[in-house]
Design a protein around this ligand. Structure first.
Ligand code: SIN
Ligand code: NI
Length: 263
């Protein structure tokens, strides 16, 4: 999938920035042609209500925050090719500093126009059935994003507070009030404006949020979540693992969680 003008790898500076801050922006990771192909695939998936698991009824309060479909790669070859892109997975592996990364799951995240709600401040790891930290998300913009249509913001260094309780994304609690000792007081969030085809990576413990989409077009993002090989199941309920009958302590491995990059 790599082509001229596409970022081929993360730099040493980007790795250092990620290790310090728990997130990093990487511009132009996929080509305009791939952006177009992914838009077409995902738009069809939403239009036909087919492909991946649709996690919320279309008119639900949750769908106003995020209209989400999980594991679209299983149903759409274009999405599969993107999710299995070794170059992108290698970026995640190097940022995480691990020998190998597996796919946890993908998710298409649309903020539909009309009564769109912000994504409140939260961490991702509390929602995932993982006993160990280290999983990270590649959030790929399929539309240019800024403060008017749901660009993401991150709190530098916030992953160091560890994993806090999961936030209700529709009726959010104040995650900052949960931080022991007010450790993040005064730390300024960083808004990441992205062109379509650019992305951010963030650790599952990094505090992040996004504004509502105030425009007339959907805000389309494609997320791939990588986890270090050896990450084990902690028995929390989750739409991806519930059908699998895993035992606590069992590695999240095998066909459901393929290796996407290894050293
Ligand atoms: C969003 O796309 O608005 C939120 C994504 C996330 O929480 O990881
Ligand atoms: Ni999140």
């Amino acid at each position: 999938m790599a082509s001229m003008g596409v970022t081929a790898a993360v730099t040493e500076e980007q790795v250092a920035f990620y290790r310090e801050n728990g997130f990093v922006q990487v511009d132009d990771v996929i080509s305009p042609a791939t952006v177009a192909a992914l838009r077409q695939a995902l738009d069809a998936t939403y239009r036909d209500d087919a492909g991946g698991i649709h996690t919320s009824a279309r008119d639900s309060a949750y769908a106003k925050v995020l209209d989400q479909r999980v594991n679209v790669w299983r149903d759409h070859p274009v999405v599969r090719e993107h999710v299995f892109d070794r170059r992108l997975a290698e970026m995640a592996r190097r940022l995480a500093g691990v020998r190998a990364v597996r796919l946890w799951h993908d998710q298409a995240l649309y903020k539909q126009p009309g009564d769109s709600k912000p994504t409140p401040w939260h961490q991702d790891l509390p929602y995932w059935p993982m006993a160990e930290p280290g999983a990270l998300s590649l959030w790929l913009a399929l539309d240019d994003v800024d403060e008017h249509n749901g660009a993401m913001s991150f709190v530098p260094g916030s992953r160091r507070v560890g994993s806090l309780p999961g936030i209700n994304l529709v009726h959010p609690e104040d995650i900052f009030a949960m931080v022991p000792g007010g450790a993040l007081a005064g730390v300024k969030p960083v808004l990441c404006r992205l062109r379509a085809g650019s992305c951010t990576f963030h650790d599952g413990r990094t505090f992040h949020a996004a504004g509502a989409n105030h425009t007339a077009a959907p805000r389309r993002a494609m997320v791939t979540i990588y986890m270090p090989e050896g990450t084990t199941f902690n028995d929390k309920g989750h739409i991806v693992t519930d059908p699998l009958g895993l035992r606590p302590g069992q590695a999240l491995a095998g066909e459901a969680f393929p290796i996407l990059a290894e050293a």
